[in-house]
Write a protein that binds this ligand. Sequence first.
Ligand SMILES: Nc1ncnc2c1ncn2[C@@H]1O[C@H](COP(=O)(O)OP(=O)(O)OP(=O)(O)O)[C@@H](O)[C@H]1O
Ligand SMILES: [Mg+2]
Length: 258
Amino acid sequence: MATGIEITKLTARYASSPTQVAANAPDVLKNLSMRVGAGTIAMVVGPSGAGKSTLLNSIAGLQPIAGGYVAMCLGSKKGVMEHGRDTLLLPKDRRRIGIAFQQSNLWSHFTVRENLTHPQIKLAGVSRADANRWADELLSALVLEDQAHKGVGELSGGQRQRVSIARSLSLRPDILLFDEITANQDPENVNRVFNLIRSYVQSTGCTALTVSHDMGFVRKIADTVHFLHGGIIRVEAPTATFFDNPQDEIVSKFLQAF
Ligand SMILES: Nc1ncnc2c1ncn2[C@@H]1O[C@H](COP(=O)(O)OP(=O)(O)OP(=O)(O)O)[C@@H](O)[C@H]1O
Ligand SMILES: [Mg+2]
């Protein structure tokens, strides 16, 4: 199977205080390597503080990496984009990555619908009519059609999170990165999020990497599960194997808590 995301010997660290240089800080990710098949949904799970969000930020090029590199497939025949310690993603490549993270980063001065149409019109040159059509399709998939003309500040936390998910698809990305996107959703909306992501991945062949503590969601949506522990991917397995036949003692203990 073609590769969607390939991470090779990725190292990431933070300066632990403003006076300490990052080079002396402990590594959060330690020569981490992993591969996600193109057109699949991969889940990263692991204890709090393991480095899951750091991994997503590093892949997205939102924080500098200390070593290694990340390569991502840009759909069929569109080539590969890659960044490493000495290279950053170009803005035009970064747009090929759809992101919805723990903190929503919606534009508060725009309406819900404008949050989805603005990037399409301004960055991708889509016509207003087409941008509206795609925005409305995404919003209605997450039952947000009645919120379309509201300001972002008028929404509940869960609604805002769903708008972020819808917006992450607005530029029809080749790569999707999600961090805890179902944390504020009721079970019906978890299903809607699942259906939207699954159908987008199936119809476009895009690759999704998702972080979650919601094992029900993971089990339902993931093709593969990658267990992050001690700065490396300790176990990767097809979803059914990961849950039903965990061979690793630390994974068994982690799963028992759910
Ligand atoms: N901005 C930062 N500055 C310094 N250290 C940080 C920063 N962000 C994260 N860390 C540290 O890096 C480690 C990994 O954090 P990260 O947020 O990636 O974990 P996580 O697996 O996403 O956890 P959670 O499940 O709680 O979201 C933790 O030890 C954390 O304290
Ligand atoms: Mg996190």
